[in-house]
Design a protein around this ligand. Structure first.
Ligand code: NDP
Length: 308
């Protein structure tokens, strides 16, 4: 249970200001040091990093500074007996608010008004087009931290919220929970389908042509999880063919979204730069999580968010 030093790999810079992050540990009882590649580690070291690295497998514990840890070889960690933890559990408000904002924009047409503002155009929509999210049905795929963050907020807006997860553990704000086998039933009546699943072999390409056909023609897909969970070509075709009405996407198969992607030019598609979790206090949220786990490590307790 010896952990004597914490190293912060400079790749954390992808999501947080690295100096401010180290500064957040100024009152911490062990040294916290910023490092680059080529460092050597041993079991008394903890490492906080954004990118994976072979050398981290020699450390005592590795913390991934993001929720999605699909880039890390979890089997290698299990084999080496090095616990790997991720930064889940802190994105309920940030990503939750983005998803809610997207649904409100799509329903109340804020994105279309801004497009027209850019053209100095006083725009009048068709009578049939605007609607309220109130009383509309939302299906949340994946009911973890982010799923719950969306569900409780949507419930507060008077939406009818259902969801899909493998376990049937109840979730605040969610009136009905479906299993993965009932995915089509769960999404078929929803005005919004929000994806908050991890990207795993089971969820890769989960939403494709059959799912878009099962969805309502006036429904919108909101993906704030990971791009490859959605078959992007199938999504483009589904929107072009009117199988669904549109989408709000924070994540893509290829990021940044390539210039030639048809998604850029679709009026009923919101393209966001994978910044759903962005907040000016993200470094403090991650630091709190790391500090909590150091305490668990010292006490020989189960680490929070252990993924390998
Ligand atoms: P959690 O681990 O808290 O939640 C994941 C949920 O998905 C759980 O409720 C789990 O429930 C469910 N789940 C897992 N596998 C399946 C499956 N095969 N079928 C149905 N349900 C499944 O993660 P978070 O909510 O914190 O984050 C979710 C994902 O969002 C992350 O993995 C990450 O990729 C992405 N993300 C995106 C961000 C952004 O900036 N846009 C920021 C942060 C995260 P059960 O075990 O019952 O199945």
């Amino acid at each position: 249970n010896d952990l004597e030093q914490l190293y912060v790999h400079e790749s954390v810079e992808n999501v947080i200001p690295k100096e401010a992050f180290v500064e957040a540990f100024s009152d911490f009882p062990i040294p916290v040091e910023l490092v680059g590649d080529g460092e050597e580690y041993d079991e008394r070291d903890g490492v906080v990093t954004y990118v994976p690295g072979e050398e981290f497998l020699d450390a005592g514990w590795v913390h991934c500074a993001r929720a999605g840890y699909d880039a890390f070889d979890t089997e290698a960690y299990a084999e080496a007996g090095v616990p790997l933890t991720n930064s889940s559990g802190i994105h309920g408000a940030t990503v939750g608010e983005v998803a809610i904002g997207c649904m409100l924009s799509l329903a109340r047409m804020l994105h279309v008004y801004r497009d027209n503002q850019n053209e100095t155009h006083w725009y009048t929509p068709d009578y049939e087009r605007p609607f309220t999210v109130e009383n509309e049905r939302l299906c949340v795929l994946g009911l973890g931290t982010i799923g719950e963050g969306i569900a409780t907020r949507a419930d507060g807006l008077g939406m009818e919220v259902v969801g899909v997860r493998r376990s049937d553990e109840p979730v605040p704000g969610v009136s009905e929970i479906y299993g993965p086998d009932d995915l089509h039933e769960a999404i078929s009546d929803a005005r919004f389908v929000a994806i908050t699943l991890p990207h795993t072999p089971e969820t890769d390409g989960l939403l494709s042509t059959p799912e878009f056909e099962a969805m309502r023609e006036d429904s919108y897909l909101v993906n704030v999880a990971r791009g490859p969970i959605v078959d992007e070509d199938a999504l483009v075709s589904a929107i072009e063919d009117g199988e669904i009405a549109g989408a709000a996407l924070d994540v893509f198969e290829t990021e940044p979204l390539p210039d030639q992607s048809p998604l850029w030019d679709m009026e009923e598609v919101l393209v966001m730069p994978h910044k759903g979790s962005a907040t000016n206090r993200y470094h403090l949220d991650i630091a709190d999580l790391v500090k909590e786990n150091v305490e668990h490590y010292w006490a020989g307790e189960e680490l929070r968010n252990r993924v390998a």
